[in-house]
Ligand binder design. Structure first.
Ligand code: ATP
Length: 362
């Protein structure tokens, strides 16, 4: 049993509320990613779980036991930091052993065996005799993860562990982290500001904003049904388009009326809140160019202002009235800046948020 339960978890530093009344429960053995912009409270949350930061109020349980006042050593959690925090004068294996010696009374032989096992999992047996200065960034990161693994923790906490690595190595390490997670089977909390990393790694992703949780869901649900405008704009790249519209509700439908277009949204009956204005949202890949205007419905004109070849697609920035829409067009299409294009939005992929940013239609 190594599930983590946070109830009303709060951390204040003088007048800054870094973590504001968080309720969050992990499942045993789950990989949960915590994602959000800089300063939203991700690291502070992790540090409270590790016992490196005191809890101002609320309750923290690990494996059903309240651990608010338990020493870090007694929690059986292991944390991997962004800067690796390896001792420069120790070799890889000494760094890995050091983590164990501080928490256990294993024999030297048992410790050696665990270091060897962890080195095998991480594919670093050849690096154990080298000091951190003799390792690349990726290799140092493996040693730092190895130091956490040897303790066989119930809970594995990772704070931006890949952010010092180059883009290619990050992608490789992402796959390796998932492999390691499968092998060690510990509940893992993974902090990152990178939504792609969170989405590719997490069984579920918790989006934090300004100390509170906006939404916790599996990656695809988060992408398809963001419950707030913040999540809609934070998850996905290029970001979801959001434009102010007035809303005209009529029975089963609602019309979203913008200066430059009007779209009828067909499934309004399931939504109770009926404000007369809101924010219309559509992802760039859910807006498409219309080739044959006669055969299409709900189309509108836009002028292309910038084209960005992304390789697998061509991203168009288009002006619609005073606003801008990003649209994914086919790669190698011949559209140029200044072209006027006819657009339509996938009817099943509309989103509407109220003025407070809560989703009221999708
Ligand atoms: P980043 O991605 O930049 O690391 P984060 O989401 O991890 O950010 P935290 O480091 O948890 O954010 O910080 C949350 C808030 O708490 C920030 O406003 C930060 O300035 C503040 N904070 C964090 N640690 C302290 C501290 N020791 N004393 C005072 N304020 C702090």
């Amino acid at each position: 049993m190594s599930d983590i339960t946070m109830t009303g978890l709060t951390k204040r530093f003088d007048d800054v509320t870094a973590v504001d009344n968080i309720d969050l429960e992990t499942h045993d053995g789950e990989f949960l990613a915590l994602v959000g912009p800089s300063g939203c409270g991700k690291s502070t949350t992790l540090r409270m779980i590790a016992g490196l930061e005191s809890i101002t109020s609320g309750e923290l349980k690990i494996g059903g036991q309240v651990v608010n006042d338990l020493e870090p050593k007694a929690r059986n959690v292991a944390m991997v930091f962004q800067n690796y925090a390896l001792y420069p004068h120790m070799t890889g294996s000494q760094n890995m052993k050091f983590g164990m010696k501080s928490v256990s009374d294993y024999t030297d032989e048992e410790i050696d065996q665990r270091v060897q096992d962890a080195a095998d999992i991480l594919d670093i047996p050849d690096l154990l005799d080298r000091k951190p200065a003799e390792l690349s960034g990726g290799e140092r990161q493996r040693v730092a993860i190895g130091r956490a693994i040897v303790r066989e923790p119930d809970v594995f906490l990772l704070d931006e562990p890949l952010s010092n690595l180059d883009a290619k190595l990050r992608v490789q390490m992402r796959a390796e982290l998932l492999q390691i997670h499968r092998e060690i089977d510990a509940t893992t909390l993974y902090v990152t500001h990178d939504q792609t990393e969170a989405m590719t790694l997490g069984d579920r992703v918790a989006v934090l904003n300004d100390g509170h949780i906006e939404q916790v869901d599996p990656p695809q649900a988060l992408y398809d049904y963001p419950s707030t405008r913040f999540v809609a704009e934070f998850i996905g790249s290029p970001a979801m388009n959001t434009l102010p519209v007035s809303l005209q509700w009529e029975g089963h439908a609602v019309d979203a009326v913008h200066d430059s277009f009007e779209l009828s949204l067909p499934r309004a009956e399931t939504f109770d809140a009926r404000p007369d204005s809101g924010i219309f949202g559509a992802r760039p890949e859910d807006i498409s160019l219309v080739r044959n205007v006669e055969e299409a419905t709900q189309t509108f004109e836009a002028e292309v202002t910038v084209t960005e070849p992304l390789g697998e697609s061509l991203l168009l920035h288009c002006s619609v009235g005073d606003d801008e829409l990003r649209v994914k067009a086919e790669a190698r299409s011949t559209i140029e800046v200044g072209d006027v294009v006819e657009l339509t939005v996938d009817e099943d992929r509309f989103h509407v948020f109220d003025s407070a940013g809560e989703a009221i239609y999708h």
